[in-house]
Design a protein around this ligand. Sequence first.
Ligand SMILES: Cc1cc2nc3c(=O)[nH]c(=O)nc-3n(C[C@H](O)[C@H](O)[C@H](O)COP(=O)(O)OP(=O)(O)OC[C@H]3O[C@@H](n4cnc5c(N)ncnc54)[C@H](O)[C@@H]3O)c2cc1C
Length: 410
Amino acid sequence: MVGDTTGKTADVMIAGAGFAGLALAVALRQALGENFAVIVADPALKFPKSNDMRASAIAAGARHLFEAIGAWDAVAAGAQPILDMVVTDSKLDDAVRPSFLTFGGEIAPGEPFAHMIENRHLIDALVARAKEEGVELRAEAAGAHEASTHRIALRSGAQTIAAKLLVGADGARSRTRQGAGIDNYGWDYQQSAIVTTVAHERDHNGRAEEHFLPAGPFAILPLKGKRSSIVWTETTQEAERIVALPDTEFHAELERRFGLHLGDIEVVGPRRAFPLGLYTARSFVGERLALIGDAAHVIHPIAGQGLNMGLRDVAALAEVIADAARLGLDPGSADVLERYQRWRRFDTMTMGMATDGLNRLFSNHSDILRLTRDVGLGLVDRLPMLKNLFIREAAGATGELPKLLRGEAL
Ligand SMILES: Cc1cc2nc3c(=O)[nH]c(=O)nc-3n(C[C@H](O)[C@H](O)[C@H](O)COP(=O)(O)OP(=O)(O)OC[C@H]3O[C@@H](n4cnc5c(N)ncnc54)[C@H](O)[C@@H]3O)c2cc1C
């Protein structure tokens, strides 16, 4: 099927140069040096710069990983620490939105639980680090693959590459996952997130806001300067209608939700709707194959944790591969891959269920449910220990952490 290899070989071949694929490639080269060949293939690499217009909340654990692989310095100046967070729960046209929950933004003195960063800056920094570390970057899609006892052969452009391990980091619609016959379970939320960037008159002072409106969460996330990233959930049909509105009408819909507390607002970025779903691959591993990031699991962005989960996969997989390679073991062997899967699967299921529960609890029009959840939020707000636990969980500072998430070299 895949054909004979054309002599090109690698220790690890990665399909997908998103956050997960690039971070893994850099971590492996940094840990194992130039004798450990790593190739990353992604057609998006043909563009000189990333065009991902989204921004992400990078939890403290994920930031430690970027620091450990040398990608944080290049983006630190443009990263906005989240200094505090406020949560409200109201109907769309309520005159005031009382805050039910507030969080201070630090997990330890001087250590913010998360930073907001524009995706394209981070991707560009990772590509630059990958080049410095001698990762081979191919601006080609990863195609069909075929595993045999000692290697896996992957079609990429006109070439066939033989590797000990193929890593699928090719996103939610992973061709690698499908090609390996691994089922993906879950459902579409029939909701989409409208994403855009706004500039505002007043300073946000590093405050993140999450307004639970009946159609779903409306998040205002602080960016460097007087700008914020908007993640605005609606039913998919309504999101498509809103995104297609003329500028003035779009602005009016946005302002109805955003409010006037930061003064006049102006849309300064493109707008796009992303369909939302909850999906988990039946297995994170196959024959000489591992899945990481959105290829393995997709969750609702309600808690801003999708990418952070993907980076946990990166840290765990990089550690098991590095341990194996240093002992002279085959990084694509079933034992090594099973260690990775055991490490990551439980955590992934827990986070998937937690975000699903939150979304169901908050994305609805029931007044009774609103009253009940507001009592719950009010209780959490008054219990510092519980709040502290939530904030440490969101920061990715709980559980059995791989070294890179603790900021340690592999
Ligand atoms: C609206 C929204 C807001 C979000 N906000 C946050 C947040 O604040 N914090 C957070 O932690 N997460 C957030 N997430 C989730 C986060 O964006 C994703 O989890 C993350 O981008 C996944 O990274 P990845 O590298 O696994 O996949 P992707 O970023 O999807 O990258 C996959 C790559 O694979 C490539 N590719 C596809 N097919 C092939 C192929 N056949 N061969 C080679 N390459 C291929 C693509 O070109 C792409 O570059 C958000 C998601 C959404 C939708």
